[in-house]
Ligand binder design. Structure first.
Ligand code: NOJ
Length: 557
């Protein structure tokens, strides 16, 4: 598919470019899950024009950048993470011109744009896979085991359930760590490297400011593709190094990409970045992805998966900060994304905890990613009928954990909340289209319906309903992001723990002290200053501060 641009002018430039301390080190980046953000044409599926029209909302929210999930030409076997043409926009989402327009508009507003790149696998409709000769060189085909090759080459399981191998008509097998429609690429082939570098340059020439690298821990497999020896392998992802994930060889790829990004940035007076979606068993192994000559950021899924307990939170924060500091990188915090249960639901179905967790995250040193709709306090939708679900894991009978997204094993989830996936472990429940205004679905998501049904009771959660209400979650996010910008050093400066009662965290940052009460009841302590912002009403009487249960407060000191 060839798509042309009509814009005659050179690629738009991001705001405030040039060498400096690194804009990504403390940026707040908003994830736009394109098909569920805003629909411009009434087909019930969000698109690039819809997203562009809503960019002023994101500017007003106070974020620094947007990350757009894949909008490339794709049969949509896995929500677009099965790419058939990395240089074309899928007609579902618009045209290349729409992508160009969106990037220009974002830059005009002072927002940077990050796009996904999916290097571990392509779609089975990609021309390389369709070509019988090329495919044998650029994907991972192996003969089967058994007398007539009727058994898969090894015991690896797909993250989405079932074997990670599918047999071809020719009798051999190909590897797909995800759906069969997502064959894994052969990164031992230099042509694969060359092609992905060219894809990156293509999007950099269009003006993007970076890439979110899908399955950044997956491209290199252990030599010989050894058996693992037991099943339930999805549960091991992120708990140990596997022969298909977090192999040391992936780092050479990231080093090459860093050279490309730095070289491109230097040549064009821009700072362009890579953010790793990497599953690693420890904070130290995750930090390897953000060494000075590798990617700029790596999502901290250990924080996302931490239970709502002060000790657990403190130790994951300490371990994360120590590991990233050891390589001179910022920590990249995240609480929700399109692969996990929305944190309002995950944290015990408690909006109070979700609001507190967000204020905690935004008070920590480093960068942070927000997932669309969390600023509205949206819960996971847990009653989607089977006939509307689209998560491939649902159809493969697996659970979308690990590299499909950062799942949590149910045992470690607080209050017995199943955190591995939304409804029955699947991911559609966090992807329900956003409610913008009105009392009834589709709540102005677009002029038509919405590809997943929205709950009938979301009228009070719309952007319009929450705007101007100081008690709303949306206004809490706006206020927090505004303060974060105005307090110098809050993003990337030092952090020091302060004494606090059991169940409470307290730490200082430049210009403020943050308290987090993880207990379900009020806690009193000497007021450390004047409340600046709180996720729940905090009171101060005679120098005693009363922290509501499940709350976070920023104090001016
Ligand atoms: C991680 C993406 O976030 C997820 O949605 C996708 O299913 C897998 N990678 C496979 O590409």
């Amino acid at each position: 598919m060839t798509q042309e641009l009509t814009s005659p002018s050179p690629a738009p430039q991001a705001p405030g470019t040039g060498r400096g301390p690194g804009w990504w080190r403390d940026a707040v980046i908003y994830q736009v899950y394109v098909r569920s953000f805003a629909d411009s044409d009434g087909d019930g599926i969000g698109d690039l024009r819809g997203a562009r029209e809503r960019l002023p909302y994101l500017k007003d929210l106070g974020v620094d950048a947007v990350w757009l999930t894949p909008f490339y030409a794709s049969p949509q076997a896995d929500g677009g993470y099965d790419v058939a043409d990395y240089r074309a926009v899928d007609p579902l989402f618009g045209t290349l011109q729409d992508a160009d327009d969106l990037i220009r508009t974002a830059h005009d507003l002072g927002l940077r744009v990050i796009v996904d790149i999916v290097p571990n696998h392509t779609s089975d409709r990609h021309p390389w896979f369709q070509d019988p000769e090329l495919s044998r060189q650029r994907y991972l085909f192996r003969p089967g085991k058994g007398e007539s090759g009727e058994l898969p080459p090894n015991d690896w399981e797909s993250v989405f359930g079932g074997p990670a191998w599918t047999r071809t008509d020719r009798g051999d097998w190909y590897l797909h760590l995800f759906a069969p429609e997502q064959p894994d690429l052969n990164w031992d082939n230099p042509e694969v490297h060359t092609e992905f570098e060219a894809i990156m340059r293509f999007w950099l020439d269009l003006g993007v400011d970076g890439f979110r690298v899908d399955v950044a821990h997956g491209m290199i497999k252990a030599p010989g593709l050894p058996d693992i020896g037991h099943g339930a392998q999805a549960q091991l992802i992120g708990a140990q190094v596997l022969p298909f994930f977090d192999q040391d060889g992936v780092h050479a790829i990231h080093r090459a990409w860093r050279r490309l990004l730095d070289g491109y940035g230097d040549a064009h007076g821009r700072q362009v970045i890579g953010v790793a979606e990497a599953w690693a068993p420890t904070a130290e192994r995750l930090a390897l992805y953000v060494r000075p000559d590798e990617l700029h950021q790596a999502f901290n899924f250990q924080f996302l998966n931490a239970p709502w307990q002060s000790d657990a939170l403190r130790s994951v924060i300490d371990a994360s900060l120590a590991a990233t500091a050891s390589v001179g990188a910022p920590t990249t915090w995240v609480l929700s994304n399109h692969d996990v249960v929305r944190h309002t639901t995950r944290l015990g179905g408690s909006l109070a905890r979700a609001r507190a967790a967000t204020l905690l995250m935004l008070a920590l040193p480093g960068s942070a990613y927000l997932y669309q709709g969390e600023e509205l306090g949206l819960p996971e939708v847990t009653d989607l009928p089977d006939e509307v679900r689209q998560d491939p894991a649902f159809f493969r009978g697996g659970r979308a954990t690990g590299a499909a997204g950062p799942g949590t094993d149910t045992e470690s989830a607080p209050d017995g909340v199943a955190a591995a996936g939304g409804q029955d472990g699947f991911r559609d429940g966090c992807r329900v289209p956003l409610p913008w205004s009105g009392e009834l679905p589709p709540y102005d998501f677009g002029p038509g319906g919405s590809w997943l049904p929205q709950p009938a009771d979301w009228g009070g959660l719309t952007v319009a309903a929450q705007t101007g209400d100081p008690a709303s979650t949306l206004e809490l996010y706006r206020a927090a992001l505004d303060l974060r910008r105005r307090l110098p050093g809050l993003g990337d400066g030092p952090m020091t723990w302060a004494p606090a009662p059991d169940g409470v965290l307290a730490f200082t940052r430049p210009g403020l002290l943050c308290t987090v009460n993880t207990l379900g009841h009020d806690v009193e302590l000497p007021a450390p200053g004047t409340p600046l912002l709180s996720s729940a009403p905090v009171t101060v009487d005679d120098a005693t501060g009363r922290l509501p249960g499940d709350s976070c407060t920023w104090w001016a000191i």
